[in-house]
Write a protein that binds this ligand. Sequence first.
Ligand code: THG
Length: 366
Amino acid sequence: MATIAPSRRVRRTPFSDGVEAAGVKGYTVYNHMLLPTIFRSIEEDYHHLKSAVQVWDVSCERQVELRGPDAGRLMQMLTPRDLRAMLPGMCYYVPLVDGTGGMLNDPVALMLSDDRYWLSIADSDLMFWIKGLAHALHLDVIVDEPDVSPLAIQGPQADELAARIFGDSVKELRFFRYGYFNFQGQMMLVARSGYSKQGGFEVYVEGAHKGMPLWNALMEAGKDLDVHAGGPNLIERIEGGLLSYGNDMTIDNTPHECGLGRFCSTQTAIGCVGRDALLRVAKEGPVKQIRAFSIDGDLPPCDRLWQITDNGKVIGQITSAAKSPDFNTNVAIGMVRMTHWNEGARVQIQTHDGPRSATVHEKFWI
Ligand code: THG
């Protein structure tokens, strides 16, 4: 493949110098910013992520900050998840929807204080929607994108590496909680979270100039742990059922279709935009839903939607797929009609290289 033309619209990150020194081989663009996705190869990176520890430049998980007396009210307007029990120190995975219940983004929300939140966003221009709501409703809140760049530490040795940089107390963080930990005399926000099922942390680096010192310290401290630069791994995230906004779900899907109904408490999410629409779909239940698929045979890269068929009739679509070394099958994510969403259903996948047979699964692999 050709390269991505560098320009101001494709933003570099505070860690780009480190990523390049580590020999990055492939990028995607996410929130108008470089996201490194391949270092040695997707497969080598996958085995390494599952056995050692990686440092990921996920700066592209941009923060939208809501700050002011109406920040909490605006937050609850954005999501059908009930935020009333949220406290500073907590992270919530939140589906965000429009007035029809269509997915706009699926960020990790952080409550920093009563009147200050971050939304760590997936790949859509969410800030415009939030600014529009705040403006139109005359809310007393400032909405902007601060100079904050997440750096993830992921893998079975993530606790050991993080402890060497931030001290042993970082190991006591619970899943989806954050705290402040000292690095070279400065307090940094560290959460136990990340876009893999291997466990680890995300450091929300405030101020681009603090990026490379942290990157270098992690690489130095982790030498004997075989630390390496990595990134969200296609194979591992499919095995884990981690959804990718813009790929596995779009504005045309409700959270329920995405299997994110467990993050919706629409009944009590008073003030949520799209609440009435979602109450309706939650009552009826979705007629199609995200599922895991194991696909037989060899596959081309899944760079477009593949129709799922049964007897020539279209019943859904595959949106992510990759060969899994550990599970000895092609693993995939797709959305399929209720007639075919039960465990063990057999379907056909129309890849751009021809048809393949596949089996539907109600659970992902990890
Ligand atoms: N971390 C941060 N920001 C992000 C992502 C992240 N922004 C973009 C993108 N990833 C948002 N999407 C997701 C998808 C899944 C998860 C987090 C963000 C995730 N899900 C857990 C799971 O499915 O196992 C469950 C979360 C829960 O139980 O609350 O972690 O990765 N900062």
